[in-house]
Design a protein around this ligand. Structure first.
Ligand SMILES: CC(C)(COP(=O)(O)OP(=O)(O)OC[C@H]1O[C@@H](n2cnc3c(N)ncnc32)[C@H](O)[C@@H]1OP(=O)(O)O)[C@@H](O)C(=O)NCCC(=O)NCCS
Length: 165
């Protein structure tokens, strides 16, 4: 079984050949992620096989965001204040086609959630939100407890309170 290392995006990782089946996600890591990191609009993390540290197997990004109270499911909104609640956004998450179906997507999602929980010790975060690219991605996130926001079937949310500390 392949062991992966997950670390912040840096030079020395081959991004040019990354292909996950969603061209917009390939294009993002190839051309835009570094700039977003420099501008402090996203943090990007890459997974590389332990034996091949230049090979990009997958990545995800995290940014601060918020969710309007009116957009939340009623059961959750009832327990929260009426103003926008602080959230962490998993802006993008992708696994290269060659590595799909072997658990790396789950590993990346779990790592992203752990990082959010750690950050929430110093910067309050009530929920994690993701924007799924298509119906298959919605199913992937639902598998881990994310639920679509009412009226926004491709935007899903997981309350941070459901995650282990
Ligand atoms: C979605 C994606 C990240 C999944 O990565 P992966 O490494 O193949 O996923 P895993 O092997 O960890 O699978 C985890 C579980 O999700 C399920 N799953 C994986 N991909 C799925 C998909 N496209 N649709 C539905 N379920 C999926 C698997 O069956 C698995 O379930 P199991 O634990 O019961 O076996 C990957 O297919 C990908 O990068 N796709 C293209 C980009 C994309 O759609 N990104 C999503 C964010 S917009």
């Amino acid at each position: 079984m392949t062991t992966f290392h997950i670390r912040p995006l840096s030079t020395g990782v081959d991004r040019a050949g990354f292909a996950c089946g969603q061209p917009v996600l390939d294009e993002y890591i190839r051309r835009h992620a570094s700039q977003d990191v420099r501008r402090n609009v996203a943090r990007a993390f890459v997974a590389t096989p332990a034996r091949l540290p230049e090979q990009l197997a997958g990545y995800f990004t995290l940014s601060a965001g918020s969710v309007r109270c009116a957009d939340l499911p009623a059961a959750l909104a009832d327990r929260l204040p009426r103003y926008p609640i602080p959230a962490a956004l998993i802006g993008r998450l992708a696994v290269a086609t060659a590595f799909q179906g072997n658990g790396l997507g789950s590993i990346l999602l779990a790592d992203a959630c752990r990082k959010v929980v750690a950050a929430s010790a110093v910067l309050a975060v009530a929920a994690i939100i993701v924007d799924a690219k298509d119906a298959a991605a919605v199913t992937f996130y639902e598998h881990f407890g994310f639920r679509p926001l009412p009226g926004q079937p491709h935007r899903l949310l997981l309350p941070v309170s459901t995650l282990p500390r």
